[in-house]
Ligand binder design. Sequence first.
Ligand SMILES: NC(=O)C1=CN([C@@H]2O[C@H](COP(=O)(O)OP(=O)(O)OC[C@H]3O[C@@H](n4cnc5c(N)ncnc54)[C@H](O)[C@@H]3O)[C@@H](O)[C@H]2O)C=CC1
Ligand SMILES: O=C(O)C1=N[C@H](C(=O)O)C[C@H](O)C1
Length: 251
Amino acid sequence: MSETIPVAVLGAAGRMGRTVVDAVEASADLELVAALEHGDDVDAVGATGAQVAIDFTVPAVAEANVRSLVAQGVHAVVGTTGWTAESLARVEADLVGRPGVGVLVAPNFALGAVLAMAFAARAARWFESVEVVELHHPDKADAPSGTARHTAQAIAAARREAGLGPVPDATTTALDGARGADVEGVRVHAVRLRGLVAHEEILLGNAGEQLTIRHDSFDRVSFMPGVLHAVRQIGSHPGLTVGLEHYLDLG
Ligand SMILES: NC(=O)C1=CN([C@@H]2O[C@H](COP(=O)(O)OP(=O)(O)OC[C@H]3O[C@@H](n4cnc5c(N)ncnc54)[C@H](O)[C@@H]3O)[C@@H](O)[C@H]2O)C=CC1
Ligand SMILES: O=C(O)C1=N[C@H](C(=O)O)C[C@H](O)C1
């Protein structure tokens, strides 16, 4: 009989956590050994035998959770958004003392969303204008979404590399927020609407043409293949990785 991977889920009663628990329990090669919620002790995860912990909690606690997991030698697959460059740097510093431990922070585990981000980054150098629109359920805490930030950062990097200047925008007067958030020079707009789950559009414009790249998650099961892939692969990815694209052979 082949061995199973012992898995802990943090945020187990949340919208994502419940879906992850179901997905782990339905996977013959994974074993759910711990399901933690607000108030439970993350420092006790290692003692459950978990090799991998999956974190879908809230931005305010994700860094502390991950740093505790790293200290216990437990790999962390993290979907929680709201990370800053500083919080990622602290995790990376902790990992120096824990060679072999992997942390994946992925703003989106839906394979289509990862591809949409990759396609947008690839297209970015060929367009004068670009804006990102993300659309989510109204119970979401953070705006703009982690996915939209990651998308805009990748587009901004591609534009810099191609030597493109700022996107054209003649706005001189605007109501606060009318032009969205500025993420490294890329405007990002956040819609919150009952009925939605998670959606993103990247609009790329040139004189006389527009390319629209759109991804829709209609159900949280869309994130599960990416989460399970990461749990199975993280043992081969020591150190800090940001973005599921690094676990996929996108060519
Ligand atoms: N990377 C991805 O593919 C996705 C990421 N997300 C992100 O995942 C996070 C969670 O989203 P939802 O499940 O919709 O939120 P939610 O609010 O439904 O669930 C969060 C859960 O975490 C629990 N929690 C809070 N503090 C905790 C702690 N210290 N230890 C353990 N549990 C704790 C809460 O009680 C709650 O049950 C958000 O940051 C969201 O943006 C959501 C969907 C996909
Ligand atoms: O809160 C959500 O729902 C989602 N959060 C992630 C994000 O902020 O990008 C991923 C997905 O968009 C769903």
